[in-house]
Design a protein around this ligand. Structure first.
Ligand code: 13P
Ligand code: SF4
Length: 302
């Protein structure tokens, strides 16, 4: 942290001058998460914060779909992302045309899309969900069958928790798909660790886990259980950020970094505030469609 201090001070000063709010996802590096963020959370928490935000300027430290969701929920605000290339393998696995084709193949079946999708895909969807509320949103559609996009592993996990039949897509998170059941077992057997996994992991990894949940739900589980040792089977920065909060828990790593999340740095956050770049722009009709779908998720809550 000391090396970063000049940047952290400069960002916090400029942030005040600009009247900006910095929102950081749980997978941001600790110097961002603890050093400059005003709001931290999972993708649902950041969406709720953007909807409720009073500031005219929001800087999203996360990936592009998160900045888009903030803009859709706060369309009159300026929403910046420090690096436009911070994408997501799930979001890039499906287009709006793919969703239209699926709807034509399954007439009348509602579409629930994961938040990890583009604004254009959201606008073609009936409702959005995150890993924090996927089962609840699917069941809130009130139909026996739902098209669930685009994460195949999250979809399979949700299908195991509900009687609703799901039509799935083949999207994968490039970070979570790399975890293996063998790594999970190793952490448990060698270190006597409890296993907490994100539902974007493969089914055989989730089968080994003591708890499966969104990034915020993982933090809440740790606060409740306070285990002596835990392996967080998710993006590495999550454990780095939680370590300070749970000094009595030892964090065992199997861990993978998300290259997209790591594109956000103190340097490009500073440049974003200084030059007001890169502003998220979305066509008004896309905002209107995506907003309807996001509002249905927000009505369900966590
Ligand atoms: P959360 O919804 O848990 O924040 O996860 C978002 C994400 O990108 C996980 O890889
Ligand atoms: Fe996308 Fe996976 Fe990175 Fe999350 S961790 S932003 S799902 S690529």
């Amino acid at each position: 942290i000391p090396l970063h201090l000049p940047w952290i001070d400069a960002i916090n000063k400029l942030k005040k001058q600009r009247g900006a709010v910095i929102m950081a996802h749980s997978y941001q590096s600790p110097e961002i998460f603890h050093g400059v963020a005003d709001v931290t959370g999972d993708s649902l928490g950041l969406a709720q914060a953007a909807r409720d935000c009073d500031a005219g300027l929001i800087v999203v430290c996360g990936v592009h779909f998160m900045a888009e969701s903030a803009k859709i929920l706060a369309p009159d605000k300026t929403v910046l992302i420090p690096d436009l290339e911070a994408g997501c393998s799930l979001a890039s696995s499906i287009t709006a045309a793919d969703v239209r084709a699926l709807k034509a193949r399954h007439p009348g079946v509602p579409v629930v899309s994961y938040a990890n999708t583009s604004a254009a895909v959201k606008a073609e969807s009936d409702a959005i969900c995150t890993s924090a509320n996927a089962v609840q949103v699917v069941e809130a559609m009130g139909t026996p069958k739902v098209i669930f996009l685009p994460d195949e592993f999250l979809g399979r996990y949700v299908a195991g928790q509900t009687d609703v039949e799901l039509v799935l897509w083949h999207g994968r998170c490039e970070v979570h798909e790399r975890f293996t059941a063998q790594q999970a077992r190793h952490a448990r057997e060698q270190f006597d660790a409890r296993l907490v996994a994100h539902p974007e992991c493969p089914p055989e990894v989730l089968a080994e886990a003591d708890f499966v949940g969104s990034t915020t739900a993982m933090g809440k589980w740790l606060a409740r259980k306070q285990p002596a040792r835990v392996a967080l089977i998710t993006e590495c920065s999550m454990a780095d950020n939680l370590r300070a909060q749970f000094p009595r828990t030892q964090f065992i790593r199997p861990c993978n970094l998300c290259p997209h999340m790591q594109r956000i740095t103190l340097q490009n956050i500073y440049a974003a505030l200084r030059d007001l770049r890169h502003a998220i722009e979305i066509p008004a009709d896309t905002i209107a469609g995506a907003r309807r779908a996001l509002d249905r998720m927000l009505a369900v809550g966590r």
